[in-house]
Design a protein around this ligand. Structure first.
Ligand code: ATP
Ligand code: MG
Length: 163
């Protein structure tokens, strides 16, 4: 893993805290799986994890790894059509959302995200958080995944942890 602290200052109005800490790394698929599992083991409820990146960037793959780290034992599949899937893990409720197909703020409101964010036992993973605009609270962890042109099987992963 090529990990290095990067000086990323979250922009004003972004989904992350102003005093957040950022970490950037280039990950193979196996490394991304391992990193996601470690993140899952480190998370405590309540938490919001946003997963940002283009189509195929690895958001669902990362969410699956985080779920494994949280102790989810059932198969975690992409909620592209259902929008929300829920899983039970030891003492936490894991909610995995994919907002790609949402096209309005009203549609976001109808998902009942507020209930999830007020549940102190919930860990909420959100793909395509930008679709929700300002309706999401500040993330505990904002993850960004990017393709790397010269390395089709690697991804640039940036983690911004709220403080
Ligand atoms: N280093 C890597 N990290 C993550 N995924 C990788 C990596 N290398 C190859 N892949 C592959 O890229 C694909 C990523 O698909 P995934 O569904 O996770 O993307 P996504 O960001 O959720 O896409 P979508 O926006 O369509 O939901 C998978 O087939 C995965 O095996
Ligand atoms: Mg996905």
């Amino acid at each position: 893993m090529d990990a290095a602290d990067v000086a990323v200052s979250p922009e004003a109005g972004s989904l992350v805290a102003a005093d957040a800490r950022a970490l950037g790394m280039t990950l193979s698929l196996d490394e991304l799986d391992a990193r996601g599992e470690a993140i899952g083991r480190a998370l405590t409820a309540p938490a919001l994890v946003t997963l940002t990146g283009d189509l195929g960037a690895g958001k669902t793959t990362m969410a699956q790894a985080i779920c494994r780290g949280l102790g989810v034992t059932e198969p975690v599949t992409s909620p592209t059509f259902a929008l929300i899937h829920e899983y039970a893990a030891l003492a936490v409720r894991v909610v995995h959302c994919d907002l790609y197909r949402l096209d309005s703020a009203r549609a976001v409101a109808s998902l009942g995200l507020d209930d999830m964010f007020s549940d102190s036992s919930a860990i909420v993973l959100v793909e395509w958080p930008e679709r929700a605009g300002a309706m999401l609270p500040i993330a505990s962890l904002a993850l960004t995944l990017e393709h790397i042109a010269a390395q089709p099987d690697a991804r640039r992963c940036t983690e911004v942890w709220g403080c």
